[in-house]
Design a protein around this ligand. Sequence first.
Ligand SMILES: [Zn+2]
Length: 155
Amino acid sequence: MAKHQHDKNADELWFYFKDVIEWVGRYFPVKRGKLMKGQPWGDLYNKYKDTPLDKDELEAEIQRLLENEEVENKKGIYLYVLTREEKHLNLRQFDGKIAQRKYEEQKGVCPECGKEFKIEEMEADHIIPWHKGGKTTYENCQMLCQRCNRTKSGK
Ligand SMILES: [Zn+2]
């Protein structure tokens, strides 16, 4: 009896893995060994197995993200195209020098609320956000107070 029970569980586990592997193969047919290794495929399968996905659109987006220099964590691309959470991409941030120069240029005034702040109370923000093609350049940087920055990005 105990042995039978064990076999049954083993079968179920095997079928589950097969389902996961089939699902990954169906929606992510392009093999990228290094990038695909270690992804939480089981969790992603559980969460998205009933979501309609377009494998061609997914692949086109993955390629664009792989070529996008703003994306510093290429390993997070698979998670991002499913979850839409930008945190997985580790997007490029403005360095302290750019923030300091912008702060001085703005004379410490937040362009959203018009109030004056110390530099520690401000955050460097992409004027054109990343998902609309904005780059991490001086021209695309503004210093916002924390409150305005959080309101803007909906954090
Ligand atoms: Zn503000």
